[in-house]
Structures are given as structure tokens and as C-alpha cells.
Ligand binder design. Structure first.
Ligand SMILES: Nc1ncnc2c1ncn2[C@@H]1O[C@H](COP(=O)(O)OP(=O)(O)OP(=O)(O)O)[C@@H](O)[C@H]1O
Ligand SMILES: [Mg+2]
Length: 294
């Protein structure tokens, strides 16, 4: 990844960073900026999914609506630097057209104004969604996709890079033992085994929280197996989830829950639906989807 970051930093092309939640996409984006020739310029982050659709345009491009309501948008703020568009796949279709125009022409217009303003901005976009699938489904404009996906960084999930787990564990131990004022040398053999045998659906973020917790609760100078508490104990062991998407896993869980409930309710669907707090129609629909006959 480091090589790719440096390569991306060398050029001025737009970058699309994809990877599961918590893999470090925001962090990678910032590293690219800090190593690029724009490092002295601003690094502006916009969290797309936190902005309501009605405010998207003024947030990105600014606004001159109303007498004294002149507002610069994120594009202008990022002028000369890098603009991080976080969770780009959540950008509503209507705003996608406007973003495409800004990216293509390097000019923006504030809302309520007809003056074009030149902006020199490099765009780094991130998403944890399968953006190609969103394009195929018509939820994301293909032309915009190509404009953003000039360079592509795919950050693999943490469970696929055990070497990194070890490095990160040591890094987070240092960070949090310092904060807590504790002297902690490392982790026991058993604890490390437990750490390495987990699947980290929340990736680095989850690992970090886990180590933080362990440092707080431990009362020895070494983190022990019992100090390591996984957040998502319900997730199946790595063997069984390997190669499966989250959707697939959720479906399996759902199937199990529905079957169990039907069993309990002697296959009376009205009863089962009530127990699951869903409508009977929805239950029938889900059963058909999951291939449950009854
Ligand atoms: N290599 C790393 N070293 C240290 N901390 C890291 C590393 N990678 C990620 N982190 C930490 O993990 C957390 C999640 O990282 P980040 O916010 O970049 O993830 P993300 O991929 O953008 O996730 P999301 O898709 O949920 O937005 C942050 O607290 C970040 O500091
Ligand atoms: Mg992020």
C-alpha cells in the first residue's frame, strides 16, 4: 500500500480509494495529500453521507443566495489543495451531474450566481460500497466514475494481512499505554493467537478499539488473552466466512433466525411474523427470497 500511496502522491490525477469500513481509506487519502506537491495547500474533507441532498450543492460549490449570505463551498476552500469526497457512492444522482461538470471544467458556480470561478482541486474519493455495482445498477453515473477512478487504490481487509495486524497491535499498544500512563510491554502468546484468529469485520477501527479496551482493563504489564474482548462475538469464525460477502453472511443469519422462529411458532406464519415484529407479507417475501418453503 505504501508504494501505491507514494505513486498516487507523485501524480496529480484523481484517486478513488475503495475498501471495507475501517480499513483506513481516510488516512490513506490524507497521506497521499501530505506527500503530494499540493501538501502546502488545504486538505478539505467532505462527508457526503452526512449532508442532506438539499444542501449538497451549496456545501460543495457555495452559495450567494440572499443579500448577505455569501458562502464559499468546499471546492473553493480546497483551492490549490486536495478535496476528499468521503463516501462518494452516497452522492445523489442530481448532485453527480454537477460534480461531473466541476471535475471536467475545473470551474464552479456558487448557487444563485452565474459567475464561473476557476478552481484548482485534486479530488480523492472514497467508498466502502462496491461502486462498479452501483454504476451497473444505475445509481452512480458512469462518466463521473471514470473521471474519479483515474487512479485506483483498493485497501484489502485487515483479515487478509496478518503482518499488518501485528504491526498495528504494537503501534496501538504504544499509543494507548502512553495515554493511560501504563507500562505495557506487549501481548501474551495466547492473546496474540486470539488477535490473529479473528476476522475484524470493522477492520483497523475495530482492532484499535479492541486494543484500547485491553489496555484499560488489564492489570498486568502484558496483555493477556482474557483482556482481549471482541466486539462482534456473533460473527462466525474466519473459516466459515471466508470468501463470502457481508450480504451473503447476513442472509445466512436471517435464514437461520426465520427458520428458528417458524419452528418455534409451529410454522404458523402470522405468529412468526408477530414474533419477529414484521408484517406477514414481509415474512412471506423474505421466505421466498431465502428459499424457505412452508
Ligand atoms: N495504518 C494505520 N495505522 C494507524 N491507524 C490506522 C491505520 N489505518 C487505519 N487506522 C485507524 O483506523 C480508523 C479508521 O480509519 P479510516 O477512518 O481511515 O477508515 P475508513 O476506511 O475511512 O472507514 P469508513 O469506510 O468507515 O469511513 C481511524 O481511527 C484510523 O486512525
Ligand atoms: Mg472513511
Amino acid at each position: 500500500i505504501v508504494d501505491l500511496i507514494l505513486k498516487a502522491a507523485e501524480t496529480d490525477a484523481n484517486v478513488l480509494i475503495t475498501g471495507e469500513t475501517g480499513t483506513g481509506k481516510d488516512r490513506v487519502a490524507e497521506l497521499i495529500h501530505l506527500n503530494s506537491k499540493r501538501k502546502k495547500g488545504p486538505f478539505v474533507k467532505v462527508n457526503i453521507c452526512a449532508i442532506p441532498e438539499t444542501l449538497m450543492e451549496s456545501e460543495l460549490f457555495g452559495s450567494e443566495k440572499g443579500a448577505d449570505k455569501l458562502r464559499r463551498g468546499k471546492f473553493e476552500e480546497a483551492n490549490g489543495g486536495t478535496l476528499l469526497l468521503d463516501e462518494i457512492a452516497d452522492l445523489p444522482l442530481g448532485s453527480q451531474v454537477k460534480l461531473l461538470r466541476a471535475v471536467q471544467t475545473k470551474k464552479i458556480m456558487r448557487l444563485g450566481s452565474s459567475n464561473e470561478i476557476d478552481v484548482d482541486v485534486r479530488i480523492i474519493a472514497t467508498t466502502n460500497k462496491n461502486i462498479e455495482q452501483e454504476v451497473a445498477r444505475g445509481n452512480f453515473r458512469e462518466d463521473l466514475y471514470y473521471r474519479l477512478n483515474v487512479l485506483r487504490l483498493v485497501i484489502p481487509p485487515l483479515r487478509e494481512r496478518p503482518e499488518d495486524i501485528i504491526v498495528l497491535v504494537n503501534y496501538f499498544i504504544k499509543k494507548y499505554s502512553k495515554r493511560e500512563g501504563k507500562k505495557i510491554a506487549g501481548v501474551s502468546k495466547g492473546a496474540m493467537e486470539k488477535i490473529l484468529n479473528y476476522s475484524y469485520p470493522g477492520n483497523v477501527r475495530e482492532l484499535e478499539n479492541m486494543i484500547e479496551r485491553a489496555i484499560i482493563i488489564t492489570n498486568s504489564d502484558e496483555i493477556k488473552e482474557e483482556d482481549i474482548i471482541m466486539n462482534f462475538n456473533v460473527i462466525p469464525e474466519p473459516e466459515s466466512i471466508e470468501g463470502k460477502s457481508l450480504n451473503k453472511l447476513l442472509e445466512e443469519k436471517e435464514r437461520e433466525i426465520i427458520l428458528k422462529t417458524l419452528e418455534k411458532c409451529k410454522w404458523v406464519k402470522t405468529k412468526a411474523a408477530k414474533a419477529l415484529k414484521i408484517s406477514e407479507r414481509k415474512l412471506r417475501y423474505r421466505m421466498e427470497k431465502l428459499g424457505i418453503k412452508g
